[in-house]
Design a protein around this ligand. Structure first.
Ligand SMILES: [Zn+2]
Length: 254
């Protein structure tokens, strides 16, 4: 049976804007997906199993795909990347200690470039105009979260399909993140909180796979850099943090 939209003559149908949103299951990406939905996009979610130690974030992503009534949610298994990354970073190499402050060992080589390229291939396959991920203005220390990188990869990926775009076979894509619009982590959180309320505390920020209690969902460590950033952003947003942490995150309020 055709949907209400499909039943309308083509020229009177409202144009549905599709967005592919890369979602880890963390605070930033879930808020980005919620924000795009609020902005009228039909959101397609993409989550990567890239060999990360925080495997639980994938469960969080699945839960939010249901909550946000996402059009389609794909979990893409590229866990072979763990072998390729070797000892380069602490997120896939479990033999290294997770830092409490930013350290280049947190940067996974070209992670967003790999994710965005796969997401853009999906976007061009389903006619989505936007490829989004959750980088905000506070992510400046990650080269592949910077606006200059976003503009450059948008150009590169469209160039890779330039003939298809010119002939109308492919839809041109725009890579976007909250950083492009000058949105910081707390602003983004407020946008997500407006839509999700306290369910936002079910997002998974922790770089570790959390502390497990038998028969219960794991809880976030409260010690790693990402747990601390989460705590600070929630505090700066003026929202009471109802996240359960194994250790209360320690930071100096600004
Ligand atoms: Zn943590």
């Amino acid at each position: 049976m055709p949907s209400k939209l499909e039943a309308l003559p083509t020229h009177t149908r409202p144009r549905i804007r599709k967005a592919v949103c890369i979602v880890s299951g963390g605070l930033d990406s879930i808020c980005t997906a919620a924000y795009l939905g609020e902005e009228g996009y039909s959101v397609y979610m993409l989550t990567f199993a890239y060999g990360q130690r925080a495997r639980y974030e994938i469960q969080a992503a699945k839960r939010f795909a249901r909550i946000l009534k996402i059009e389609d949610h794909r979990i893409v298994d590229i866990s072979f990347m763990k072998e390729i990354y070797g000892r380069t970073n602490v997120l896939t190499d479990t033999k290294q200690v997770l830092p409490q402050h930013f350290d280049y060992s947190i940067v996974v080589p070209l992670r967003n470039a790999v994710f965005i390229t796969i997401a853009s291939a999906w976007a061009m396959s389903i006619g989505a105009e936007l490829v989004a991920y959750g980088a905000h203005t506070g992510d400046e220390r990650y080269p592949d979260c910077r606006v200059s990188f976003i503009k450059s990869i948008t150009n590169t990926l469209n160039l890779g399909e330039s003939d298809g775009i010119r002939s109308g076979t492919r839809q041109k894509i725009t890579v976007w993140s909250p950083a492009v619009n000058g949105i910081d982590k707390s602003d983004l959180l407020r946008k997500g909180y407006k839509h999700l309320g306290d369910r936002i505390f079910d997002t998974w920020s922790c770089y570790s796979n959390g502390l497990r209690e038998k028969g219960k969902n794991p809880i976030q460590c409260g010690r790693c850099e990402s747990c601390i950033n989460r705590k600070i952003a929630i505090s700066n947003a003026g929202v009471e943090d109802k996240t359960r942490y194994a250790n209360e995150p320690k930071y100096n309020p600004t």
